[in-house]
Write a protein that binds this ligand. Structure first.
Ligand code: ADP
Ligand code: MG
Length: 579
């Protein structure tokens, strides 16, 4: 997949890294330095073709292009005198073949390199998102994640070939203008003046297109919120025309704003392209009308000069044209990725390096001592806190947690599992404080069915020898008929009702065979039949198997199942002593 010979210059920064870095803008000193580093590092890992090889190919392509021009020019001069030699025809074809090979090497190599760099950054970003602390994860909207992993990459990918052809045209221009200088310094000067106009026009308008596109992107992000409402709230909207109209109107308003901003960007772009083309025409006119005034060349010489100047100018124009249409969007996306990376920097947690390869030590006890936690957000200054929490769980013991709605039970479960960081007090595992970075091993002790659980479409790390157990559980939960293929080879939870899906989540949690089982109001939406199975069969079975069971429950009929009970009230937890 990668080009050969890449090891030879492995110390060279890859082309892609430079281009993307440049597009994202120079890092702001000091504060921005580190955050930019991660992008750079990610880019440095991808290396297919070195910058040096690419530069050589691009220069070779431009040399061939310019030489084709020179050969044509020379042959034309000879033809008008006493006929051209076949050597020129031969040379002409050789140069075209050379151009073909070099141009393809450059564009394909650089485009592949850029795609690989993008792929690499995306992989790093996905890993970093997966490592986010739950607390920080909750501070991002879904749309941000989709943008950061999908949308921005599309925007950059779509611009790659355009940008590269812009770069190539620029190089070709540099070569051909040298040839113009060789033919006529006066024509060279005229071309430089045209370049001056072009640069001026671009500098005047580029900021404006960027700005308009940025505003369009903001409007589109808000559009995504509206689309999210439309999809997720489809049933509710279906039942209420007024609600529906408001949501659809909001979508339309954002869409109109995006369209308006985009149109503005297009207007500016059109102005710029027309300006570029006009400069091109002016230059051609200047060569025809002005040059004869300054040079004594023959009619034919002037004609040929016009051809060369137009060739040089057109390569510049097409290069600038390709670039201006693309660079704003690509820059926007590169900045978006960089900004997202910057936000991750403050938030990524340090996991232990142990990612599940070692077996955790046998579980003997879990304890929370005076643990506090405060949510990151809340209404106004009302951020909800829990604590002090004092809590114990041991193998072979069933513990119930009760408490009113919003008393902090679910929050407490997330602190116990180290999904939320304890902000005060201590988590003790087997009597020893859970060290910094040991959270991962702690989490691996838990099999869970949270209130907002998610069922994947396949099992992870469950071996085939658990298959009989799987069938036993599926039958017990009356899911065997619903999932005739079992779970071992993937399954589709979408066809299950919410209650059935929760039973499936229970089956999966049990199959995972972890030392602590944690259920957040599991029975809340189950029939009495399944409640009875849950409290009278499953929980005692887990206890008998030496598991620790922590269950949040409201089912007072079954409180006798618990060995111990805790009660939560406004974030405070106390153990209930048997009356
Ligand atoms: N991610 C969150 N960010 C901010 N506040 C939250 C978050 N999750 C829950 N809360 C708040 O914490 C309080 C307790 O919630 P929760 O622990 O889910 O209670 P329970 O499970 O006992 O019903 C609620 O007032 C809720 O608004
Ligand atoms: Mg809850």
């Amino acid at each position: 997949m990668m080009a050969e010979g890449m090891d030879a210059s492995s110390s060279a920064r890859p082309f892609a890294a430079r281009v993307l870095s440049a597009l994202a803008g120079a890092p702001k000193a000091a504060a921005g330095q580190d955050r930019f580093q991660s992008l750079r590092d990610a880019l440095d890992r991808t290396r297919t073709v070195t910058l040096q090889q690419l530069a050589q190919a691009a220069i070779l392509a431009a040399c061939c292009g310019t030489a084709v021009l020179a050969v044509i020019n020379k042959a034309a001069a000879l033809a008008s005198d006493d006929g051209y030699s076949l050597v020129y025809v031969f040379l002409f074809f050789i140069l075209i073949i050379g151009y073909n090979l070099a141009q393809k090497f450059f564009t394909k190599g650089a485009a592949r390199d850029l795609e690989m760099a993008l792929h690499d950054i995306r992989g790093v970003t996905a890993t970093r998102i997966a490592r986010l602390d739950l607390r920080h994860f909750e501070s991002f909207s879904n749309e941000r994640f989709y943008s950061a992993l999908v949308r921005y990459y599309e925007m950059i990918s779509m611009g790659i070939v355009n940008l590269l052809s812009g770069v190539q045209s620029g190089i070709l221009f540099l070569f051909s203008i040298c040839y113009v200088f060789y033919l006529s310094p006066a024509a060279f000067l005229l071309t430089l003046v045209a370049v001056g106009f072009l640069t001026y026009g671009y500098l005047m308008k580029a900021g404006e297109t960027d700005g308009a596109r940025q505003e369009a992107a903001v409007a589109e992000t808000r559009l995504m919120d509206g689309v999210h409402d439309l999809i997720q709230g489809f049933k509710e909207l279906k039942l209420d025309p007024a609600k529906r109209a408001i949501v659809v109107d909001e979508i339309k308003a954002c869409s109109a704003q995006a369209a308006e901003r985009r149109s503005h960007a297009n207007d500016v772009l059109t102005d710029l392209i027309v300006y570029i083309n006009s400069t091109f025409y002016l230059l051609s006119g200047a060569v025809v009308f002005l040059l004869p005034l300054f040079s004594q060349g023959s009619h034919e010489q002037i004609e040929r000069l016009v051809m060369v100047v137009l060739f040089a100018a057109s390569s510049l124009m097409s290069g600038v044209g390709a670039t201006v249409q693309t660079v704003a969007g690509v820059r926007l996306a590169a900045q978006g990725i960089r900004a997202f990376e910057g936000e991750l920097d403050g938030q990524v947690e340090t996991h232990d390096d142990d990612v599940g390869t070692t077996t955790p030590p046998p579980f003997r006890s879990l304890a929370l001592r005076d643990v506090h936690y405060t949510h990151a957000t809340g209404n106004g200054d009302q951020r909800f806190s829990i604590g002090p929490i004092n809590f114990d769980a041991r193998p072979g013991e069933i513990v119930f947690i009760t408490g009113g709605n919003g008393s902090g039970k679910s929050t407490a479960l997330k602190v116990m599992t180290a999904l939320y960081p304890a902000m005060g007090g201590q988590l003790l595992l087997n009597g020893a404080p859970l060290g910094v970075g040991a959270t991962e091993s702690n989490r691996r002790l838990f099999g869970t069915v949270f209130a907002e659980f998610y069922t994947f479409h396949r099992l992870f790390n469950i071996t085939a020898e658990r298959e009989p157990e799987m069938w036993r559980l599926l039958t017990q939960m009356q899911l065997a008929e619903k999932l005739p293929g079992g779970l071992m080879n993937g399954f589709n939870p979408a066809a299950l009702s919410t209650g059935q899906r929760k039973r499936l989540a229970l089956v999966i949690a049990l199959l995972e065979d972890r030392p602590i089982l944690l259920f957040d109001e599991w029975a809340a939406d189950q029939d009495p039949e399944f409640r009875a199975i849950f409290y009278r069969e499953i929980l005692p079975g887990l206890k008998a198997a030496g598991k620790a069971v922590i269950a949040v429950t409201h089912d007072d009929r079954y409180f006798d199942v618990a060995d111990r009970r805790y009660h939560m009230d406004e974030g405070k937890m106390r153990e209930l002593t048997a009356a």
